[in-house]
Design a binder for this molecule. Sequence first.
Ligand SMILES: [Zn+2]
Length: 202
Amino acid sequence: MYEGPVQDLIDELGRLPGVGPKSAQRIAFHLLGVDPADLSRLQDALQRVKDGVLFCDVCGNVSAEQTCRICKDPRRDVTKVCVVEEPKDVAAIERTREFKGRYHVLGGALDPLSGVGPDQLRIRELLTRIGTASAEGEISELIIATDPNTEGEATATYLVRMLRDFPGLAVTRLASGLPMGGDLEFADELTLGRAFSGRRAV
Ligand SMILES: [Zn+2]
């Protein structure tokens, strides 16, 4: 539709999730008009996201250092670990302020049709983590907070089966009330917060 670099930019932006052709066009023309300093900050951030991103060696969340801020925080309850699919789910749960424990990020959900099996997720790391008592204490409750959709349910079922081998470990799931077929991150804070406080044993 447009010539040269502007169309290239629109095409690239249009490949991002949630950005339709109209938004891509709007963002592209916005960027054309911004201050060079703002543009170079954006360029810088894009560059660093690939070069500089680390994943926490404990929980698997995105982190600025080898161990993330939550895993390093002594005020967080080490006995409770909430299992989520993606880093964005950690952010969603943190926004509810309902949970003061720690996290474990699986890196996705079981989806055999797309080639995602247990080995592609950080399940082994989770089992190791549960089996290893840290200096700060043992994990006594595992809260499964996978997405309320088919893949999330399959993942939760699989985890529950694997976790039967750990006597004394309470395994809970978020209460119902989350919109089915959705993404955890799209649940509003109140609904997600309630689902959290109303979690039940499985
Ligand atoms: Zn961490």
